[in-house]
Design a protein around this ligand. Structure first.
Ligand SMILES: [Zn+2]
Length: 396
């Protein structure tokens, strides 16, 4: 932990503590590359994480927005996983029920291909507008609905005239460096309509710190939250926090807010030392964790055994580029057919479909997201492939 002079974009504090660094990581980890060379040559940036003890926020102080591009080829959808789809559906049903979302107008910021917006609109008889610069109309054809439209652009001040009864933003705020400024834009767009409900979902850093999950730290995530920092952000920018909770194997942090007109009706959480302790724990242990994986995978490769990753998304890219390994991993498997035959940013590993396990049988499959371990085990059984299976969180 090294004190640095840098401004916290979440609260304005000017003294932060740097605790993690990883240089030359791909500026995007979910872009699809048609050739290995393109994947290897993709621009890189540095990750330098710093902790704000005033609001508990974590920011990448080396982040350069100029390196980011969210357009065609950005493949972030998880909608090919039954586990994820069930969670998504349950979340939509729960929000519709608790906020009586029937015949209402919905705004979704960062809606991807519109999967969640589709659920909210169809299940609740609502209508809406989604925003996402990576939206591909041809990919959304099977979701077509006249209940909503998607604008293929970043949500910004210029759309402040589009508001709704329910404003939803999932897995997007962590990509935005200036978090306070962004929440202020959302608040201004709502104006005087204090009946609007605002729902945000972000990955929770607490689990990443506890598990020393370096594979969950990647360039396009420049902002990392835990409960207190997310609460602080909304509380200080014109919202009352109605509820916050962790879901999906404690991976996702959710917050539900109502706009205030200057008068807060809820209390900010009491200051806690817990996040600072978690940050210190991560800082003290991550090098050992990296060394464990490097040496285990080297030994496996030296013994002529094949290891593959299950999951060809950002976690795989971050795992490989943080470890700076190559041939020790043969390829990555992904169930998303749009990824098959493409290459992972930075390391240039191939992404293949599950059938590849029959053709190139592995000795070890490392499951990048442990929440899918049962799903993966059953897919491998169905293929009739004999292999060891290990969640990325296992260390022996
Ligand atoms: Zn702060």
């Amino acid at each position: 932990m090294q004190p640095i002079d840098a401004k916290c974009p979440n609260c304005g504090e000017t003294r932060l503590a740097k605790f993690y660094e990883c240089t030359s990581v791909p500026a995007h980890s979910v872009l699809l590359f048609e050739t290995k060379q393109e994947a290897i040559d993709f621009p890189t940036g540095d990750v330098s994480l710093a902790f704000c003890s005033a609001c508990q926020f974590i920011t990448n102080t080396a982040f350069d927005q100029a390196l980011e591009q969210y357009g065609a080829g950005y493949e972030a959808t998880q909608s090919f996983s039954p586990t994820f789809n069930a969670f998504h559906r349950q979340l939509a049903a729960d929000l519709i029920d608790r906020y009586d979302l029937h015949g209402k107008s919905i705004i979704e910021i960062g809606c991807g291909q519109g999967e969640f917006l589709h659920l909210l609109c169809e299940m609740g008889d609502n209508h809406g507008i989604g925003f996402d610069p990576a939206y591909l109309p041809e990919r959304a054809s099977d979701l077509s609905s006249d209940r909503y439209q998607v604008i293929a652009d970043y949500y910004s001040e210029k759309y402040a005239d589009r508001s709704g009864d329910f404003v939803c933003c999932k897995q997007t705020l962590e990509h935005i460096p200036d978090t306070a400024n962004f929440v202020q834009i959302v608040r201004r767009a709502i104006g005087d309509d204090v009946n609007t409900t605002v729902f945000f979902q972000v990955p929770d850093i607490t689990r990443i710190l506890h598990e020393i999950a370096f594979w969950d730290i990647y360039y396009e995530h420049c902002s990392y939250f835990s409960g207190p920092s997310l609460h602080h952000l909304f509380d200080r920018n014109g919202f009352d926090v109605v509820a916050s909770r962790l879901e999906y194997g404690e991976q996702y942090l959710m917050i539900e807010c109502k706009p205030t007109n200057g008068v807060r009706t809820t209390k900010a959480p009491a200051p806690t030392q817990a996040v600072a302790d978690d940050v210190r724990f991560f800082a003290d242990h991550y090098e050992k964790r990296l060394a464990y994986w490097r040496s285990m995978l080297h030994e496996l490769a030296n013994a002529g055994r094949r290891a593959v990753l299950w999951g060809g998304g950002s976690k795989a890219v971050a795992f490989l580029t943080s470890l700076k390994i190559g041939a020790e991993i043969d390829y990555a498997v992904d169930i998303n057919p749009h990824k098959h035959g493409t290459f992972l940013a930075g390391s240039g590993h191939r992404v293949l479909g599950p059938d590849a396990l029959k053709e190139y049988p592995p000795d070890l499959v490392i499951v990048m997201n442990p929440i899918y371990i049962e799903e993966v085990a059953s897919a491998i059984r169905e293929l009739g492939v004999q292999t060891d299976l290990k969640p990325v969180t296992a260390f022996s």
